[in-house]
Design a protein around this ligand. Structure first.
Ligand code: HEC
Length: 497
């Protein structure tokens, strides 16, 4: 353990030094008060200042304990900054405007705490573009810590999220975003869940004690770098999940991370995708394409260091979604430091090892289909299923500094028809897929129940009653405006796949 930690310290020191103290011990913030100064019009790609969030051109609201953060958001205009002072707040913050910055103020180690008391569903929900959320301690919510719904150009950084329900940080259906320097633990699905996004950097986060540490799902152009993923069920995952409206997960770089001892028993909700992840999973690639895994330290993961799988081996039924291509293709496995993985594999893996007479331990397993995949120095590792892997011609990805764009992208257009669609993709599809059970029942089932009755759906989602014993309760959607609830109810009845 000590040696491993030391190696990691070395890696990080070489790589970026100064971050160590802040990320891994969670101390302090370098954010200058009162106005964030990230913006720099000339910022190069990879420079978070270029993204467009955190640009304060308007008024500053200072919120102290006893005051309502949501009231300030209600009054705020695009370009305003809301500063939250240390103390405890029990509320859900809903941001449906553009260019709003929410900034916790940390004073002598005292943070502003959003405490959902296991009663509230979500801490922060945003649908605006150019939203910044930073320096918050979020605990005891049932649904999401910070969730974005179709907002572009976002920055989520320097937050602690502890024991907050299903997803910790969950930007969904957004383009051009940065998730950095957050610490998340005790999340029963994915702690950092990048769902149906494009052009995202996820870096310098610590995730531990979750089912899935970092999950890149049905997203494109994601850079996952310098994260510390330990003691989850699965550390870092790149997934193509069937049944979602976006049908690809591609161009993901997983590099310079420390993926250690992800051996926590799976405590995911029955039926959720992540409930299938075996404990002891370091890095997992399922049906995603063009994934590069480079320069990580992957040690002590008891099932396997890196698992590469198609749907069939993972036990995922995708019969209802022929558009989701089930194989991981064109993966590039570059040099990684791997040791002490696969000491206690699951039965399926044990059987494979027996059949191949492989020696104890397992660094990399590739199971099922996939073409165009390659690895360098395969002889360094204990592997199964890599015989079809070619020798890679690429040796590193140093030319990719960032996948964020060098200019903010335009906000999504929000006509009322678009609104229903965006809300469906942004909110409902996290739990409902067309023909697959996710957290909630399939959309096809909902359509059969509510044919021609959008009003019935509006009533249900405004104040859900618990109906099915084998499903959890659905969280109320009454934070959405009435118009939005109507629009999404109409849209869900038209969804076809
Ligand atoms: C956090 C997960 C989650 C989200 C987000 C979610 N749902 Fe659900 N939904 C559920 C679960 C779980 C059930 C099953 C609840 C039960 O049977 O008690 C459900 C059930 C339903 C039903 C069936 C109602 C009935 O009469 O049986 C409808 C309709 C529905 N959801 C619509 C929506 C819409 C529209 C959205 C988006 C605005 C949405 N849901 C977002 C989890 C979710």
């Amino acid at each position: 353990m000590k040696i491993v930690v030391r190696i990691f310290v070395l890696l990080i020191t070489l790589a970026g030094g100064i971050y160590l103290g802040k990320v891994f011990f969670g101390r302090g913030s370098t954010i200058p008060a009162p106005v964030p100064t990230y913006f720099n019009a000339a910022g190069a790609a990879g420079d978070s200042s270029a993204i467009g969030a955190g640009v304060v051109t308007g008024q500053t609201y200072n919120i102290k304990p006893g005051q309502s953060i949501q009231d300030a958001v209600g009054k705020a205009k695009p370009g305003d900054l809301i500063r939250i002072f240390p103390g405890v707040y029990h509320e859900t913050i809903y941001i449906d405007k553009d260019n709003i910055s929410i900034q916790g103020v940390i004073e002598e180690g005292e943070w502003p705490v959003l405490d959902g008391e296991k009663k509230l569903n979500d801490a922060v929900l945003y649908s605006g573009n150019g939203v910044l959320v930073e320096n918050l301690k979020i605990m005891n919510y049932k649904g999401n810590g910070i969730m974005g719904q179709a907002g572009n150009n976002y920055i989520i950084r320097n937050n602690w999220i502890v024991g907050s329900g299903v997803y910790g940080i969950f930007p969904q259906f957004g383009k051009n975003g940065l998730v950095e320097r957050n610490i998340l633990t005790g999340i029963e699905d994915a702690a950092i869940y990048i769902g149906m996004c494009d052009n995202i950097d996820v870096r310098f986060n610590e995730v531990y004690g979750n089912v899935a540490g970092i999950e890149i799902e049905n997203s494109r152009h994601a850079l996952v770098e310098y994260n510390y993923a330990h003691d989850n069920t699965g550390g870092i995952l790149a997934f193509l999940t069937p049944g979602l409206p976006i049908k690809t997960c591609a161009d993901v770089i997983i590099r310079n991370n420390f993926v250690y001892h992800n051996n926590t028993k799976n405590f995911g909700a029955v039926g959720s995708t992540v409930s299938h992840i075996p404990k002891g999973t370091g890095v997992l690639v399922m049906a995603a394409d063009d994934v590069t895994i480079e320069n990580n330290i992957i040690t002590g993961n008891s099932n396997s260091g890196i698992t590469i799988t198609d749907y069939a081996f993972a036990g995922i039924n995708h019969a209802n979604d022929p558009e989701s291509e089930p194989n991981p293709d064109r993966l590039t496995l570059l040099d990684n430091f791997m040791d002490n993985n696969g000491t206690d594999p699951i039965d399926e893996v044990k059987a494979l090892k027996k059949a191949t007479f492989s020696k104890p331990g397992l660094d990399i397993i590739a199971a099922g289909g996939g073409t165009g995949n390659c690895i360098i120095n395969p002889d360094r590792y204990i592997t199964i299923g890599l015989n079809k892997y070619a020798n890679c011609s690429a040796h590193d990805t140093h030319l990719v500094k960032s996948y964020m764009l060098d200019k903010p992208v335009l906000p999504r257009n929000t006509t009322s028809i678009e609104k229903g669609k965006m809300t469906y993709y942004g909110v409902c599809s996290g739990c409902h897929a067309y023909n697959t059970r996710l957290i909630g029942p399939p959309v096809s089932v909902i359509q059969a129940m509510y044919k021609g009755n959008a009003k019935g759906i509006v009533d249900f989602i405004t104040k859900p009653v618990h109906k099915r014993d084998d499903y959890p309760e659905m969280p109320p959607q009454n934070y959405l405006s009435e118009e939005t609830r109507q629009a999404v109810a109409e849209y869900i009845l038209t969804v076809q796949k």
